[in-house]
Design a binder for this molecule. Sequence first.
Ligand code: SF4
Length: 357
Amino acid sequence: MFLRENTRAVSVGSVTIGGGAPISVQSMTNVLTHQKEACLRQIERLATAGADLVRLAVPGSEDTAVLKELVARSPVPLIADVHFQFERALEAVAAGVAKIRLNPGNITEPSKVKEVIRACADQGVAIRVGVNSGSIRARSGPSKEKDRQETLPKLMVEKISAYLDIFSACDFEQVVLSAKCSQVRQSVQVYRALAERFEFPLHLGFTAAGVLETGLVKNSLALGKLLAEGIGDTLRVSLTADPVEEVLAGKEILYNLGLRQRKEPEVIACPSCGRCRVDLTKVVREARIRLAQVQAAVRVAIMGCEVNGPGEAAEADYALCMGPKKALLYRNGQPVGASPFETMLDELIKLLNERSE
Ligand code: SF4
């Protein structure tokens, strides 16, 4: 496993992207930014789940108006996602965000782009030049699907390249690049082309990947392949789901590629069957989110019944097995207690925290 060491280092607040820095995981809020308290709660949930960076949409001035306070209260650096109106970028920079994202398909007037670049240079703010396949398609006009598939990666790289000319003219190098597609092959192609052509660090991601079940497959295939080739400096797993799932999935990809050392419990589970008396899918989802906050690199098995559960979970450090009326807790294969279903995760977390004390 190797990192693309020749990428430039870009500072995004306390996080470095590129230049051999650890690959960071980011996500994006999906509540209205101007609903400040709800937005802050989501930022905090994402940070607790392990997000290194959080991005927010700022479509209106009411959104940039709350950024200063969000920046002050956020536990991680914030990124403003700007489309269409360059004024939002200027307001976000003045509010103290660590990075902004510009779409070359939307803010095109060089004088406006330069004004934003100058503001970012003055404030030490990084810029992601992020193109996505939708905006390229919309402007390249109708064509046959096969032609689009073949030409899209090339068009995306050209679009970025032309946009970067404006940045070169301003001697601005705190730049991260992304080119998001909705197809795995195209994503791999376009990011490989970007990695060959530019030294700027790359933000890996997908556009319109879909719901958890299908989106995870697409993201894992494309991001996993690129990361295994040493391409990618930061990532967002894009899912139509609770954004906390994006963070957990992003970290899981890095763990499984050996690019990040696991610090929280790994949760494994049985597939469940007619012997299980609880909604195991729901239990496991909740466990993944809650255990992400526990500092203990152990394996936790959540098993649907007491018939096969204890045996199948024997290799785990901790196990929770659903009995007829209670959940049974195990440590290193030995029973250590039982708990009502309602409180079993609290009991498990207590046990884990006792271990790490
Ligand atoms: S552990 Fe129990 S519930 Fe889970 S798959 Fe095996 S038999 Fe079924």
